[in-house]
Write a protein that binds this ligand. Structure first.
Ligand code: COA
Length: 318
């Protein structure tokens, strides 16, 4: 991946927010209607419960509004809205148009579909817009996977859920938060994880698992190299929340202890584009991130895509 040119204007996160589907579905709820058990789901995935409900627009509006409020930014000041989603509410227009109107934004808005890597793709795009002159960008990652999940298929029904996470990115003339990034895709692997238009998610779980670990680690290493830091210097890894075992395997290969991983999947399941921002927002709300800390965002998903970004909280002075 290209290095960030010296002198490119950087950005920092100044506000954040999240939203979850209003209904909680526990493993016991699923075990009542599927041939599965609480023990199996916990052991193989790490998930205890998930949230379903809402539309991609309604969840995005909720998380986006919270992020704007926290940043103290008036909606009219936003120069662009980038919405990562794999589950738009309609084919046309983009769901970002609905969100733009509801939030009172007066700017361009577009959707990014890179499956579960989508939020990182969107963040990298937003930094590019800021380097090109935008001053404030709202970045949202939202998915309503419950709508495209076959609730009679135990292979997928135990994994997926609905949620949204958002951040406000503001141009910074004194330092850049994004130190290195990577985006990747391998369309030849699309057969392992897909949903036809109007259809449900089909997945070869074992093959996705195997590839997920490899492509996450590969992408993370590229971003770390571009940022010029080592895995040991990371304070926090914010991985895609698909399966605790995938996160453990990826952290082990990267040489990062699990206590540095942001984890919310126990309570939210796999929310695709919302997964990384939900984990990031949770860590920020808990005060896990201090000025100057190095963070790694890293995801993988259908496509098969991978994406990662190394951030220095508050921006680097260089
Ligand atoms: N409850 C109980 N048993 C289940 C089950 C469920 N929900 N789902 C599958 N099983 C069974 C299988 O039928 C199989 O039975 P068998 O041995 O009699 O054939 C057994 O459990 C093992 O299945 P397997 O698919 O090998 O399990 P696994 O350890 O690979 O775990 C996943 C399955 C889906 C949890 C795991 O492969 C995974 O997480 N893959 C990645 C998926 C992912 O991340 N997708 C989203 C990407 S963004």
């Amino acid at each position: 991946m290209p290095n960030i040119p010296s002198g490119a204007r950087g950005a920092v996160i100044t506000g954040w927010g999240s939203a979850l589907g209003e209904n909680t579905v526990t493993n016991e709820d699923l075990a009542r209607v599927l041939d599965t058990s609480n023990e199996w789901i916990i052991e193989r995935t790490g998930i205890l419960e998930r949230h379903v409900g809402g539309s991609t627009a309604s969840l995005s509006i909720e998380s986006g509004r919270k992020a704007l409020q926290m940043a103290g930014v008036d909606p009219t000041e936003i120069d662009a809205l980038v919405l990562a989603t794999t589950t738009p509410d309609r084919s046309v227009p983009a769901t970002s148009a609905t969100v733009q109107n509801a939030l009172g934004l007066k700017c361009g808005a577009f959707d990014v579909n890179a499956a579960c890597s989508g939020f990182v793709y969107a963040m990298i795009n937003a930094h590019g817009l800021i380097a090109m002159g935008a001053r404030k960008v709202l970045v949202i990652g939202t998915d309503t996977l419950a709508r495209i999940t076959d609730w009679t298929d135990r292979n997928t029904a135990v994994l997926f859920a609905d949620g949204s996470g958002a951040v406000v990115l503001e141009a910074s003339d004194t330092g850049s938060q994004l130190l290195g990034w990577d985006i990747d895709a391998d369309g030849s692997a699309e057969k392992y994880l897909y949903a036809e238009l109007g259809g449900n998610i089909k997945m070869e779980g074992k093959e996705v698992f195997r590839r997920a670990v490899r492509i996450m680690v590969d992408s993370a290493q590229k971003s770390l190299a571009a940022a010029g830091i080592t895995a040991e210097q990371l304070t926090l890894v914010v991985p895609h929340q698909a399966n605790i075992r995938i996160i453990q395997a990826a952290c082990e290969r990267l040489g990062v202890p699990m206590d540095k991983a942001a984890l919310v999947l126990q309570h939210v399941g796999n929310t695709s584009s919302a997964s990384i921002p939900l984990a990031l927002v949770d860590s920020l709300d808990r005060g896990r991130v201090k000025q100057g800390d190095y963070l790694l965002l890293v995801g993988f998903g259908a496509g098969m895509t991978a994406a990662s970004a190394v951030l220095q909280w508050g921006g680097s002075a260089s």
